[in-house]
Design a protein around this ligand. Structure first.
Ligand code: G1P
Length: 313
C-alpha cells in the first residue's frame, strides 16, 4: 500500500466543464444553466462538486460560458439569504446554504466558443498548470459507497498515469460514448476492474466500436493531455474531442480504465434525469417512504398512471 501512495502526484484540482448550451432540456435551459436543474432539491452541479470534495480534491475550476452566472452564485456565500434565514430562526437551512459555499475553493475561466469538451479542458490549462488533474462531467451523477473519483484515485496512485472511468453499455448505445479497447490488468487485487487501454474512439457506430466499454464522465489526466489537445483537430460532431487527445496521448504514455462500483445516472438525457430523480428521491430519508407509497398507489397502465380511485378522465 505504501508504494501505491508514491506513484501519482497529489491531485489538487478538478475541472468541471459547464459551458454547454443544454439544448436537450430546452425550454427549461433557455435562461438558466442546465447544471442548475435540480435532482430533488440539489442542482446537478452540486452532486459533482460534492463528489470532488468527498474525494479529497480541494480546488474546482469551472469552465463556464455566457449565462452561467447562477453557478458562480450557487457556490458563493449569500449574505442576504443567510441573514434572512437566521432572522426567521431557520438555522438548519442557513447552515445548509452556507455549506455549499464551503465545499471547495472555486475559480472560473470562460470558454468563448462551444468548440467541444476537449477545447473546454484546454481552456483550463493556465489555471491547472503542469500537474495532474481530475475532470468531472456533471451530467453523469454517480451514487457510490466510495466516490467514483476516489476509486479512480487508487488506480492513479498505483500507476501514476491517466485513468478514465468506464462502464459496460449495450451495443446499441455505443454511439453515445467514447469507447475504449483494453486489456485487463492481471493484478489480482483489481478484481478485473482495471484495464490498460490500447485504443479509444469517440462515439463510434455499433459496427465500428472496439468494445462496449464506455467512458463515463470522470477522468484523472496527466498534464501531457494538454500538449495533445493543443493540436487535436475537431472530430466527432465537428468538436474538439477529449477522447481524440487521449488516443494521441496513448502513443506516449499508458492510460488505464477503471470499472467503478456504483450506480450512474445519465442526467444529461430526459429519461435518465427522470430515473435519477425517482431513485434519488426514494433514497432520501425525509421523502423516500411517502414517495414510495405514492408510486405504489399509481396503477401504471400502458397509457399512463391511473389514480387508485379510477377518476382519471
Ligand atoms: C462526453 C465524452 C464521451 C463520454 C461521455 C460520458 O460525451 O465526449 O467520450 O463517453 O461524455 O458521459 P457527451 O455526453 O458530452 O456527448
Amino acid at each position: 500500500m505504501a508504494q501505491e501512495e508514491i506513484a501519482g502526484a497529489p491531485l489538487r484540482t478538478a475541472v468541471l466543464p459547464v459551458a454547454g448550451l443544454g439544448t436537450r432540456f430546452l425550454p427549461a435551459t433557455k435562461a438558466q444553466p442546465k447544471e442548475m436543474l435540480p435532482i430533488v432539491d440539489k442542482p446537478l452541479v452540486q452532486y459533482a462538486v460534492e463528489e470532488v470534495a468527498a474525494s479529497g480534491i480541494p480546488m474546482v475550476i469551472f469552465v463556464t460560458g455566457r449565462g452561467k452566472e447562477a453557478i458562480e452564485n450557487h457556490f458563493d456565500v449569500s449574505f442576504e439569504l443567510e441573514h434572512q434565514l437566521a432572522g426567521r430562526g431557520k438555522e438548519e437551512l442557513r447552515s445548509l446554504v452556507r455549506a455549499v459555499a464551503g465545499l471547495a475553493k472555486v475559480c472560473y475561466v470562460r470558454q468563448q466558443q462551444a468548440r467541444g469538451l476537449g477545447d473546454a479542458i484546454l481552456t483550463a490549462r493556465g489555471l491547472v498548470g503542469d500537474e495532474p488533474f481530475a475532470v468531472v462531467l456533471s451530467d453523469d451523477v454517480i451514487e457510490a459507497p466510495v466516490p467514483c473519483l476516489r476509486q479512480m484515485m487508487k488506480v492513479y496512485a498505483h500507476y501514476g498515469r491517466s485513468v478514465v472511468a468506464i462502464q459496460r453499455v449495450s451495443h446499441r448505445q455505443v454511439s453515445n460514448y467514447g469507447i475504449v479497447q483494453g486489456v485487463p490488468e492481471s493484478r489480482h487485487h483489481w478484481d478485473g476492474r482495471v484495464f490498460r487501454i490500447q485504443n479509444m474512439v469517440e462515439k463510434p457506430s455499433p459496427g465500428k466500436a472496439p468494445s462496449n466499454l464506455a467512458i463515463i464522465g470522470r477522468y484523472i489526466l496527466t498534464p501531457g493531455v494538454f500538449h495533445q489537445l493543443a493540436t487535436t483537430q475537431p472530430g466527432a460532431g465537428g468538436e474538439v474531442q477529449l477522447t481524440d487527445a487521449m488516443r494521441h496521448l496513448l502513443e506516449r504514455e499508458p492510460i488505464y480504465g477503471c470499472v467503478f462500483e456504483g450506480q450512474r445516472y445519465d442526467a444529461g438525457d430526459k429519461l435518465g434525469f427522470l430515473k435519477a430523480t425517482v431513485e434519488l428521491a426514494l433514497k432520501r430519508p425525509d421523502l423516500g417512504s411517502d414517495f414510495r407509497k405514492y408510486l405504489r398507489s399509481l396503477l401504471l397502465s400502458r397509457s399512463g398512471p391511473r389514480s387508485p380511485s379510477g377518476n382519471r378522465p
